[in-house]
Design a protein around this ligand. Structure first.
Ligand code: AVI
Length: 323
């Protein structure tokens, strides 16, 4: 008997009104900033995929090799017959390595990028017959409720959060995010999370300033998106990509630098820029193993096990809810 794909799609994304409000609020701050979650429109997703393939951007390759080498050991730690919930599933390439080793009963991918989520999740449903796939389009930086699918409540829940996206939150935001995850998975639940490690500044600076300029285009696409979706008139040639490692807090900062004094209109609102002023578009925090474990403990998780690659570029941590 062939088993058919079980696939459902749950749309929980706020409307574009919140995009406009967030953009105006961010650009009205004394130090202008925009939330990095808005990078990921269709073009942004394509550009992020391209970043992952640049010679300089090591995290994706390091994490993929780590998953290929250690997925069996990870699956043994996580235990079988669980429900796997993935945050920021994107193209879900690393997920397949984990799904092959873990064989969960349900897979709940959650992402803000609707089209990419739809296609990646439906392909997984097709390729893993018998696996219940319930995709949720949502902003997982806020608390969320899981879709009501058969038997989910009774299953041990494991959240998978690869890609070091936790690094795009400040440590305080990361602590509150981990607290939300702890509440979602509940007692007995776990979290498998990919975290980029601290390392030499030269390697980090190169990773966010690739020679082909893909990261620059990814950063500038945020302004292009605001032009497209909110009817703004950003002149992309009047802004430049900037990324650097800020050693004391241990984070890469990405900015868009205004090359001249200028005024931009966004749906009738005027925003002024000084020459040399920046919009802070992203932080990417890097954590030592102990630094991340301390953060996790503070959010109610026990660190159980961690794995790294041969070059010690990247770590995957497995955490369980404290008893
Ligand atoms: C998604 N996130 C973990 C990436 C990072 O490395 O912080 C986003 C990125 N920004 C520039 N390059 C990649």
């Amino acid at each position: 008997m062939t088993r058919s794909a079980v696939f459902s799609f749950h749309d929980r994304l706020p409307d574009t009104g919140s995009f406009f409000d967030d953009v105006i609020a961010g650009l009205s701050l004394p130090r202008k900033a925009l939330p990095p979650k808005y990078f990921y429109d269709e073009r942004g997703c394509e550009l992020f995929e391209a970043i992952c393939g640049t010679p300089e951007y090591y995290p994706t390759r390091a994490e993929t090799v780590l998953m290929q080498e250690r997925a069996g050991a990870m699956a043994r730690r996580l235990g079988s017959r669980c429900a796997l919930i993935e945050y920021g599933s994107g193209s879900a390439r690393k997920t397949r390595i984990l799904l092959d080793a873990l064989a969960p009963v349900a897979y709940v991918p959650i992402d803000i990028a609707r089209e990419q989520l739809k296609s990646a999740a439906s392909e997984i449903a097709r390729d893993y017959p018998g696996l219940e796939v319930a995709a949720v389009c949502a902003d997982y930086s806020r608390p969320l409720a899981l879709p009501e699918i058969d038997g989910l409540d009774a299953r041990r829940k494991i959240v998978y959060f690869p890609g070091s996206t936790v690094g795009n939150l400040t440590p305080a935001e990361a602590a509150s995010f981990l607290g939300n995850v702890r509440n979602l998975v509940g007692p007995g639940g776990g979290l498998l999370i990919g975290v980029d490690l601290r390392k030499d500044a030269a390697l980090l600076n190169a990773a966010y300033n690739d020679r082909q300029g893909v990261t620059a285009e990814f950063n500038l696409n945020l302004l292009a998106r605001i032009n497209r979706e909110l009817g703004a008139d950003f002149d992309l040639a009047a802004f430049r990509h900037q990324a650097f490692y800020n050693e004391p807090p241990g984070r890469i900062e990405m900015h868009l630098l205004s090359l001249r004094r200028q005024r931009v209109r966004i749906s009738g609102r005027a925003i002024r820029f000084r020459a040399g002023e920046t919009i802070h578009t992203e932080n990417s925090y890097k954590y030592s193993v102990t630094g991340f474990q301390t953060l996790a403990r503070g959010a109610g998780f026990d660190p159980v096990k961690w794995w790294t690659d041969a070059k010690r570029l990247f770590a995957v941590h497995y955490l369980e809810v404290q008893r």
